[in-house]
Write a protein that binds this ligand. Structure first.
Ligand code: HEC
Length: 150
């Protein structure tokens, strides 16, 4: 008899600890859900465009980073016509883009990738380099968005 009670107590105790584990993990899930992917990205996204996007010198520096990192898919001229492996965006024609054409959007596409085939560069390029590439992308696009400052 005595033995039985003890067993019952023990199993109740383990049930209680299981329950509290369960509720703890529920709380953890609810807390984690607050940090959805967009929020995590937002933490690394600048709030406004860098002044580098207006700088011709930044565009020149950006071009060499572009040729190293982007031309295998977008081609040296940005038009992606000769690429047979990827249907990459024509970077000289922002009218045809999906993911936004403002400097911040271009920054985001480079830093975090766009669609399934445009890879993120957040682990290989720092923000300043990305802004220089944005300046280059603007510089090969429509005239009115090209950098004008020396
Ligand atoms: C591995 C191939 C690949 C590389 C490397 C690559 N891209 Fe892309 N990029 C793509 C593809 C494919 C798309 C189209 C994605 C889509 O529309 O789903 C794209 C889309 C984009 C877009 C978004 C266009 C839109 O529709 O809004 C921008 C901007 C862009 N690339 C810039 C760059 C720049 C700048 C680099 C270099 C830092 C680069 N890409 C490197 C394949 C690549």
């Amino acid at each position: 008899m005595q033995q039985n009670y003890q067993n019952k107590d023990r199993s109740r105790e383990s049930l209680r600890s299981k329950l509290s584990l369960k509720s703890l993990s529920t709380i953890a899930c609810v807390l984690l859900a607050q940090f959805s992917w967009p929020t995590l990205f937002a933490a690394e996204m600048p709030l406004q465009a860098s002044p580098l996007v207006g700088s011709k010198a930044a565009a020149v520096a950006g071009k060499s980073h572009y040729l190293i990192n982007c031309q295998q898919c977008h081609d040296a001229d940005g038009r992606a016509l000769a690429s047979i492996d990827y249907i990459a965006a024509n970077l000289t024609a922002p009218d045809s883009w999906y993911y936004g054409t403002e400097p911040l959007h271009i920054f985001r596409s480079i830093k975090f990738g766009a669609g399934l085939e445009m890879p993120p560069f957040k682990d290989t390029l720092n923000d300043e380099t990305i802004w220089q590439i944005v300046a280059h992308v603007l510089n090969i696009g429509p005239r009115e968005h090209r950098p004008t400052q020396e």
